[in-house]
Design a protein around this ligand. Structure first.
Ligand code: PLZ
Length: 421
């Protein structure tokens, strides 16, 4: 087998430079909380492939379900010849997402595609053009979702022009908005929407209940409910982008539940598929069913192999009670990182979606240099961590929910050492 060094050389003359990688080690195999590279080195996984492998890599049920499905049939296209597992995944989405109202769902391939479709549905159902998003938001890399995403580098730079009718409102970011309460931050956002867009023009208000790429920003309590209430009162569709937060990651099936918010539509992907590419939009039947027959779809959306994996992932989350596991991971992380230096402005997040924001001591000036250095030290010691944040100064921890106490503890030890050096 080739070494990582050899593979990297091949990559340079085969893979486009625009596609990056966090580490230069190439993976050979992976399990519940570790990856092993082709050079035989074991890594502790605090990334889960960006919040995807919540049930672990090659989770037994997922492997079994995929193997069985591949042998029966690999693809028919649901729009050509339908099959049961697509319907079953939609039933699960309807049952698991918050909201006791009548729902429908549809399946897609990626998070960005789910977001695009949620916007299509909201515009079609309301007959309105405008989409409201927030500072620090991340919703994808397609043309419409680039417009919805806040950060220029690396996501948008020189990739425009972008889709029109996208408006950005200020987010509740307790560390950086002078400690506005949820209600005050919502008032500030609603003022912008009402003055700059007009309530009756808004098709959708789209928000991540905890922001992901933008820095694991947890809005102040009351912010999400107030924004959702405004949307309802103004006939706009409240869309929760739960692509990163969904499927037990934050200690509930969906992060909206922490504040008892019932979104009109929810977008899901990542943890949903147990490692296979699948995404969904689920929500109010009258919105979902407003779209004419044939108006939603795609060749691969809800591919049977991905559906089999999703059903197995859901079963695994239920059976192993991975919501409780995520809560235990939060407790362990909070315990290990409670006494850090003044350069750590905040430890925040929910469940197994936790982060620290690094600043220059004595203020809140972001410290992306130290963030990158700590991350690099972790990598050198065999811990796979990711950074995020508008200012590149947030270290985030997204272990698989099935990670062992031993691997979690070792990973946190490496992290503490890296913060001390
Ligand atoms: N919405 C909330 O977190 C994907 C992107 C990594 P796709 N986040 C990881 C990168 O640099 O491309 C994400 C998300 C939220 C939408 C998406 C988009 O999901 O499956 O990557 O299209």
């Amino acid at each position: 087998m080739s070494s990582s060094g050899e593979l990297h050389k091949r990559r340079l003359s085969a893979v486009a430079k625009g596609v990056g990688s966090v580490v230069s080690a190439y993976v050979d195999h992976a399990a519940g909380g570790t990856l092993t590279d082709v050079d035989g080195r074991e890594w502790i996984d605090f990334a889960s492939g960006i919040a995807v492998t919540s049930v672990g890599n090659s989770a037994p049920r997922v492997v079994e379900a995929v193997r069985a499905q591949v042998e029966r049939f690999t693809h028919t296209c649901f729009m050509v010849a339908p099959y049961e597992s697509y319907v079953a995944v939609c039933e699960q989405l309807i049952a698991l997402t918050p909201g006791s109202f009548e729902k429908r769902a549809a399946l897609f391939n990626s998070g960005a595609e789910a977001v695009e479709n949620a916007v299509k549905i909201a515009r079609h159902a309301t007959g309105r053009p405008a989409v409201v998003v927030f500072d620090h938001a991340y919703h994808g890399r397609t043309n419409l979702t680039m417009a919805l995403t806040a950060k220029n580098m690396p996501y948008k730079h020189r990739f425009g022009p972008f889709a029109p009718e996208v408006y950005r409102a200020p987010m509740s970011y307790p560390l950086r908005d002078g400690g506005l309460s949820g209600a005050e931050a919502a008032r500030r956002a609603i003022d912008v929407i009402e003055k700059q867009v007009g309530g009756s023009n808004v098709a959708a208000v789209l928000i991540e209940p905890i922001q992901g790429e933008g820095g694991f920003v947890v809005p102040a309590p009351g912010f999400l409910p107030a924004i959702a209430a405004w949307a309802r009162a103004n006939g706009a569709v409240f869309v929760a982008d739960e692509i990163q937060t969904g499927f037990a990651r934050t200690g509930q099936w969906f992060a909206s539940e922490h504040e008892a918010v019932e979104p009109d539509l929810i977008t899901t992907a990542k943890g949903m598929g147990g490692g296979l590419p699948i995404a969904g939009v689920a929500g109010r039947a009258e919105l979902m069913d407003a779209v004419h027959a044939g108006g939603l779809g795609g060749t691969y959306g809800g591919n049977p192999v991905a559906c089999a994996a999703a059903l197995a992932a859901v079963e695994t989350i239920r059976e192993l009670d991975l919501c409780a596991a995520a809560q235990r991971i939060e407790t362990a992380i909070r315990g290990a990182l409670s006494d850090l230096d003044p350069g750590v402005a905040e430890l925040r997040g929910r469940g197994a979606m936790m982060a620290i924001e690094l600043v220059l001591p004595g203020g809140t000036e972001p410290d992306p240099t130290r963030t990158a250095a700590v991350s690099k030290t972790c990598h050198d010691a065999g811990l796979l961590t990711l950074t995020c944040g508008t200012y590149g100064n947030v270290l985030r921890f997204l272990p698989p929910l099935v990670i062992s106490d031993e691997h979690l503890g070792r990973g946190l030890g490496i992290l503490r050492d890296a913060l001390r050096t």
